[in-house]
Design a protein around this ligand. Structure first.
Ligand SMILES: Cc1cc2nc3c(=O)[nH]c(=O)nc-3n(C[C@H](O)[C@H](O)[C@H](O)COP(=O)(O)OP(=O)(O)OC[C@H]3O[C@@H](n4cnc5c(N)ncnc54)[C@H](O)[C@@H]3O)c2cc1C
Length: 460
């Protein structure tokens, strides 16, 4: 009886975990794949990366089909905070030190061009998506030296960066890096309009890809090229993405009313928050951790306390979580899927910066698929080896995977269908999570995020 009560209580709490985007937009539904088909390119996944890639490929005159297991924008794109910026936390100084100045410069240029491309696209196609130019700030209440270094480094690489001491935050900061000319938008309104002319089959799940055959649960599509934009690629071999990527989960709470903070903000201190307004609302983000490794204290309680303290007039409206794929060297994997599969491509590992990275991926992949080279091919190549940058994460990811796999052999463990790691219950997000690769499942075992593709049998 107590268990049944617990189960239904949690199911109700999960139902409340909708985002401001999913609750304030409707994307017209598309039919599932009606049977077998033939096309030039299949894009797997109708999130931001998949839709933008399909959009540019179609603009280049290719015949493109998008297949989506669920609904357009129902993956992580529906739960993002949607800051469009080339300011990716403390990345530029780190990249210069680990992969070199030229690679860091190209990384910044690809992302800054992506930021600017949104503005052009939205204007050109008159897309109504609450697009607002907005400066992005990286702040600290404890130190300024590291921010000063980041600002100088980013500016040297050609980015619109400067070090400032004043921000629109409701507390004093020690310092901040300001990137001008960035933006924010409603990601699902954008997806709705940009996908309007694309051929998309929803509720069509890709089961496997065999050469040029994309096998779905509704039929087989024969394609000359295949793009994996499924967030975490679900094919283990070739590619070995499971060995070079894990996921991080973060928590978001929406408050109302909150006056404009005149910027988008991300803190770098241990207990720091992410801020962005949506009209008179505020999205307050906090609490990154490896998926499957939730902290002892509730991230939602911490956000609620901070929100109450900083904005005493505001009340919580919604809360939700999202997760993203983290690569070994902090650079996404965009390009050919594997040297063994020259006609497969991938866009993944956006490290919580998928707005600009999806656009960069779409531009790079559409060029590569139509036979053009870009200056960014090597920077984002999934086949690159940046040993200096990757070594630390490779070791810790390997260790976590071994731990998860060994725990999976313990009798009674609930195992992930992806590779058999032991699933862990996240009591704040109310989901089963895989600490190895980040797959997650609802309380009843239904799959909610890959790389696993099957649900697990009902867990009582
Ligand atoms: C808390 C949080 C806040 C964030 N805020 C920002 C931000 O402010 N700015 C920013 O730039 N980035 C942000 N990000 C990152 C950004 O949200 C993601 O990088 C981006 O949304 C990923 O888009 P995607 O298209 O790769 O994945 P998704 O949106 O997850 O799309 C993948 C799609 O593939 C589908 N799929 C999966 N498997 C199959 C299959 N077998 N067959 C068919 N379809 C399949 C899924 O259903 C899904 O719809 C944030 C991330 C987090 C965790």
């Amino acid at each position: 009886m107590v268990r049944i009560f617990w189960y239904f209580n949690i199911k109700n709490e999960v139902k409340k975990m909708k985002s401001v985007w999913t609750e304030s937009s409707v994307i017209p539904g598309r039919n599932p794949l009606p049977g077998n088909k033939r096309t030039e390119v299949v894009v797997i996944g109708a999130g931001l990366a998949g839709i933008l890639t399909a959009f540019y490929l179609q603009r280049h005159g290719l015949h493109v089909v998008v297949v989506e297991a669920n609904r357009i924008g129902s993956g992580q794109t529906g739960y993002t905070t949607a800051k469009i910026t080339s300011q990716h936390n403390l990345i530029y100084d780190k990249l210069v030190r680990t992969v070199g100045e030229e690679t860091a410069r190209l990384y910044g240029k690809a992302n800054q061009m992506a930021v600017e491309e949104y503005g052009k696209l939205i204007k050109r196609y008159s897309i109504h998506c609450h697009y607002e130019p907005m400066d992005a700030y990286l702040y600290s209440v404890q130190e300024s030296e590291v921010l000063l270094r980041e600002a100088e480094c980013a500016a040297r690489l050609g980015l619109p960066a400067s070090f400032v001491r004043q921000t629109g935050l409701p507390f004093p900061v020690h310092g901040a890096v300001r990137f001008t000319g960035q933006a924010q938008f409603h990601p699902l309104e954008f997806l709705r309009d940009i996908s309007a002319e694309l051929t998309i089959f929803e509720r069509t799940k890709v089961i496997k890809v065999q050469g040029h055959d994309v096998v779905t649960d509704k039929g087989v599509i024969k394609a000359e090229k295949v793009v994996f934009a499924s967030h975490y690629p679900f094919v283990n071999m070739p590619g070995f993405y499971f060995a070079k990527m894990y996921q991080e989960k973060s928590y978001v709470m929406e408050f109302e009313p909150v006056e404009s903070l005149h910027g988008m903000y991300l803190g770098i201190d241990e207990r720091a928050y992410s801020f962005r307004n949506v009209g008179d609302k505020l999205l307050l983000g906090y609490g990154s951790h490896r998926t499957g490794k939730a902290p002892k204290d509730s991230p939602f309680s911490t956000i609620k306390r901070a929100g109450g303290h900083l904005f005493p007039e505001a009340r919580e409206i919604r809360r939700w979580t999202a997760q993203d794929c983290m690569t070994l060297d902090s650079i996404p994997y965009i390009g050919p899927f594997s040297s063994l599969r020259p006609d497969w491509y991938v866009a993944t590992g956006f490290g919580k910066w998928g707005m600009s990275s999806s656009m960069a991926a779409a531009k790079i992949l559409s060029a590569q698929i139509t036979g053009r080279k870009t200056p960014y091919d090597g920077v984002f190549s999934p086949q690159r080896h940046h040993l200096k940058a990757a070594a630390g994460t490779l070791a810790s990811h390997g260790l976590e995977s071994v731990k998860g796999l060994s725990a999976g052999t313990i009798p009674g463990a609930v195992n992930c269908p992806h590779m058999g790691c032991r699933l862990v219950w996240n009591r704040y997000d109310k989901r089963w999570e895989c600490p190895c690769h980040g797959s997650s499942f609802e309380i009843n075992g239904k799959i909610s995020a890959g790389p696993a593709q099957q649900s697990i049998p009902f867990i009582d």
